[in-house]
Design a protein around this ligand. Structure first.
Ligand code: AHM
Ligand code: MG
Length: 340
């Protein structure tokens, strides 16, 4: 069909007509998309591909790794290290950064990813995904032979040059921003290509749907309790409308729903781990998702501050997350600020 717009064409046009992305970034994104296709194949094979269940290892956060966590991490590294566009990669599943080996040319970009998000859903055949974020290495002066370091990754999310995720659900969909709105591409399995199925995605400012793991209610802070209590009171409370709740436990799937029909997602700080700012990771989860949400007209804060303004100090830094429909995020943020 001639009217179908492929991911390749979208990226070429972003490069040529909008001058938004240089060719190296375009190629990098094509490679990430190809890696997601390979991961999708493993995910779809499931038990037939012997990819389900746990591996006998833990990641840097002390979480038991699933076989697919490791497979997806390897696929992303293998696919990306030879391309010549990257200086280094960082992953939720690796303690340290992975510098592009000497046998390949070093590029000027930094790639971060959560290779398989929603790991608890792998074995139960519920949507999971890959989340990625691209930064530029700060010192890109070709004459300066500074080796890439972890410090180069310590940039606020507002510095991202590309971000996206791929959701492996009933359909496999790649969602991307390079700073020109949000576009979605669905994998056409017969053709093996990504076909644009939405562009300039826009999140409604108001919503009647919230997403939070309610089993943690007793551990929440007062502003989160206040907001959720008001949602639960529905028509009888101050909000004057009934709310619906969804919690998939795969951030990719929850964010995908919000990009599609609005809503608000929260994974706030809670008393179970008082010294950690939250469960989700700033660099691999919160930053790319926050940029996508903002590009679609939504908002993303840690309850007090815009997530994209947070300057990281550690690779595996965690953060409290409130994102989605703008007016709801502003309300929850105001509740936090009032309580301070
Ligand atoms: P993961 O990267 O180890 O899969 O953890 C992140 C996931 C998110 O996708 C999801 O929003 C959250 O953890 C669910 O957590 P919980 O099981 O506490 O509800
Ligand atoms: Mg994750």
């Amino acid at each position: 069909m001639s009217h179908r717009i492929s991911l390749t064409r979208y990226l070429v046009e972003q490069q040529r007509e909008h001058g938004r992305i240089p060719p190296e970034l375009r190629l990098l994104l094509e490679i990430v998309a190809r890696a997601c296709k390979r991961i999708a194949i493993s995910v779809n094979k499931g038990a037939l591909g012997e990819v389900l269940g746990s591996a006998e290892s833990e990641n840097v956060q002390g979480e038991v790794q699933k076989k697919l966590d490791i497979i997806a991490n390897e696929v992303l590294i293998d696919a990306n290290e030879w391309g010549g566009h990257l200086a280094a990669m960082a992953s939720e599943e690796m303690e340290n950064i992975h510098v592009v080996p000497n046998r390949y040319p070093q590029g000027e970009y930094l790639l971060m990813f959560d290779p398989l998000d929603g790991s608890s859903n792998i074995d139960v055949n519920v949507s999971i995904g890959t989340i990625f974020s691209v930064l530029k290495k700060p010192n890109d002066d070709p004459k300066a032979i500074e080796p890439v370091s972890e410090q180069d990754f310590m940039q606020a999310g507002s510095q991202q040059v590309a971000a996206g995720y791929c959701v492996y659900g009933p359909q496999t969909t790649l969602v991307l921003t390079v700073g020109d709105g949000v576009a979605m591409f669905t994998l056409d399995r017969e053709q093996g290509s990504w076909v644009m199925t939405a562009d300039q995605v826009s999140i409604p400012e108001d919503t009647k749907e919230f997403a939070i793991n309610m089993s943690n209610m007793r551990h929440w802070d007062q502003p989160v309790k206040r907001y959720v209590d008001e949602c639960l009171a529905g028509k009888d409370g101050v909000r004057g409308k009934d709310f619906n709740m969804r919690w998939i436990a795969s951030m990719v799937a929850d964010v995908h729903r919000i990009l599609t029909r609005g809503g608000v997602f929260m994974y706030p700080w809670d008393k179970r781990e008082p010294n950690k700012p939250g469960k989700l990771r700033l660099m691999y989860e919160a930053n790319p998702m926050s940029w996508l949400i903002e590009q679609a007209g939504g908002a993303a804060t840690n309850g007090r501050q815009r997530i994209l303004d947070i300057k990281p100090t550690e690779l595996h830094q965690r953060v409290s997350v409130v994102l989605g429909s703008k007016n709801e995020v502003e309300r929850i943020t105001a509740y936090h600020l009032e309580a301070d």
